[in-house]
Design a protein around this ligand. Structure first.
Ligand SMILES: NC(=O)c1ccc[n+]([C@@H]2O[C@H](COP(=O)([O-])OP(=O)(O)OC[C@H]3O[C@@H](n4cnc5c(N)ncnc54)[C@H](OP(=O)(O)O)[C@@H]3O)[C@@H](O)[C@H]2O)c1
Length: 169
């Protein structure tokens, strides 16, 4: 597939997934991980964040300091302050010359974006949970792990977790 993005642009997928690849339950996250939310904020600040309509509704607001790009099939969908688009290609076009847009989910949008992504910022949550939304299949052979930091649970983080960075080989 031809990449519908600038040659100098890095597209990052940012996702938190359990050991059994669950990313969501009942339209929400299956855990409370304060450190992950802080890291998400730090990494995405100042950039475009591409999300599916369901994730937008789950967040329930625009995230300050970032440009929200919502992917939906609904031609009349309106979200004041956000850019509304109808394909992943249009989502990337909407990011203009942002050097590092982020794909922030959910499963449907990760699935569309995976072939285009250059880097995956994965928070691996060290627990097996029941859920209804899963990380799409990723062929990890195509990805090089460039860093991994593991943390213990504490009062603000329900489970042990690791911050992993993977770059496309
Ligand atoms: N753990 C994490 O890191 C993480 C991150 C984000 C979200 N989540 C979780 O993931 C769940 C939501 O994920 P999801 O997969 O159900 O929903 P989603 O990916 O957020 O949004 C799905 C919607 O995107 C639109 N869409 C999908 N494919 C499209 C296409 N080819 N062209 C145009 N629009 C398209 C459709 O919107 P319309 O129906 O409006 O047409 C579809 O209903 C929630 O539980 C959320 O909490 C987890």
């Amino acid at each position: 597939m031809k990449k519908p993005k600038n040659a100098n642009q890095k597209l990052t997928m940012i996702v938190a997934a359990s050991e059994n690849d669950v990313i969501g339950v009942d339209g929400d996250l299956p855990w409370r991980l304060s450190s992950d939310l802080k890291r998400f904020k730090k990494l995405t600040m100042g950039h475009h964040i591409i999300m599916g309509r369901k994730t937008y509704e789950s967040i329930g607001r625009l995230l300050p300091g970032r440009t929200t790009v919502i992917v939906t099939r609904q031609k009349s969908f309106d979200a004041p302050g956000a850019k509304v688009v109808h394909s992943i290609e249009s989502a990337l076009e909407a990011c203009g010359d942002d050097a590092n847009p982020f794909v922030i989910g959910g499963a449907a949008i990760y699935g569309l974006a995976t072939p285009l992504v250059d880097e995956i910022q994965l928070t691996r949550v060290h627990v097996e949970v029941q859920g209804d939304t899963y990380l799409p299949q990723i062929d990890w052979e195509q990805w090089e792990s460039v860093s991994c930091e593991r943390f213990k649970p504490d009062g603000k983080n329900d489970f042990a977790y690791s911050f992993e960075v993977h770059q496309r080989r």
